[in-house]
Design a protein around this ligand. Sequence first.
Ligand code: DSN
Length: 441
Amino acid sequence: MPKQQRDEIFSLIEQEKQRQIEMIGLIPSENAVSPEVSEVLSSCLSNKYSEGYSNKRYYEGNQIIDKIEQLAGERVKKLFGVPYVNVQPYSGSPANLAIYFALMQPGDTLLGLKLANGGHLTHGHPKVTGSGTFYNSVQYGVKDDARIDFDEVRELAKKHRPKVIVAGNTAYPFELDFKKFREIADEVGAWLVADISHVTGLVVAGEHLSPMPYAHVVMSTTHKTFRGPRGAMIMVTHEGMARDEKLGRKIDAAIIPGLQGGPHNATTAAIAIAAAEAMRPEFTEYAKRVTANAQALAEGLLSRGVKLVGGGTETHLMVIDLTSIGAGLGTQVAFALDVAGIYANRNTVPAETGSPFFPSGIRIGTPLVTTRGMGPEEMDKIAAWIARVIEHTTTEQLPKGKQERNAFLKTFRARAQKDKVLLSIREEVKDMATKFPLFKW
Ligand code: DSN
């Protein structure tokens, strides 16, 4: 390969690494993997095709891959105390689709949490998603206190008789009550699917209620608080097996031939590594520090007058609510934070008065900063920087019309990139962030 072409991509990777080291990452679905997970991901395993399952492959030469996949499966089953797991899903979205494919017919009813209230696109977001168009999607929401409205869940379940109820989220700061979901699922004969992608690490450490005694099927991505490679796993719990002993085989068939081709074997091996890491006492300590840091970050923000959806957090994440300052300010604040060295993502809030592109919230969380070894003292500093950025960049309200908004954003971005206050915060952030390596137990 010509050196220049090689260097082009390797220098960009180096720049991205430097960006990650110098900045503070608060996107709650991101993390940094251990050197071992990283090494396995770049191994020769990705050279191999292995469609099928152990001892039943469609390609030869899979003697070793079989052992790797079995090892990954055994470790995950042991970690979560479940009788079945499939570690082949490419990521959370295809994994959720595979579960629906196994449990429902097109047109059957799916009940999930609204995207704007903290749910995920694949939980039946209407019109634009597969889950919202292949199935009859009905969506529940949250109450004024930003907690799930279980009266509404029950009412909708009784009215629409869903085949599947999804208990899961991506921007919901409170613990999910799987027991209540299961009671409702039983009342209408629905399957209960728990999507614990965000909180898997917390579940392992006992920092979040486990869905295993309640849900029939549990899905998790493997790269968020679980801190493994980008991938996913689908578990069938004893509850699921009791209801349908062939459920595992149905999930397998939904993955391949249903929706996927060859599994990503390097990812499978990295899941085996991550599962072993999650069995260590250091991981439990890590997950406890994630929630303690989230508490410290929330307190630091609240004490500086920054409002949070639901008034706080019980997990690793929280959503800053800018509504009281002005509708739709999330986009400009997220951009300004990025200039200041802190990256997060704009997000809708439950009582949204902005729009999906100009929402009024910022979603933040502590999995990555905790992996880097930061603690409550650093969380307070981060809260102070966020509060300064919000105060500094929300003096102007967002204009009303679409064109006016886009024009405003363009000039806002140009100004922010040269803004002295934001750039001086960026230096302070860099000074602190570079003291913490990307991965530290
Ligand atoms: N994109 C993930 C998240 O940020 O929560 C969910 O798919």
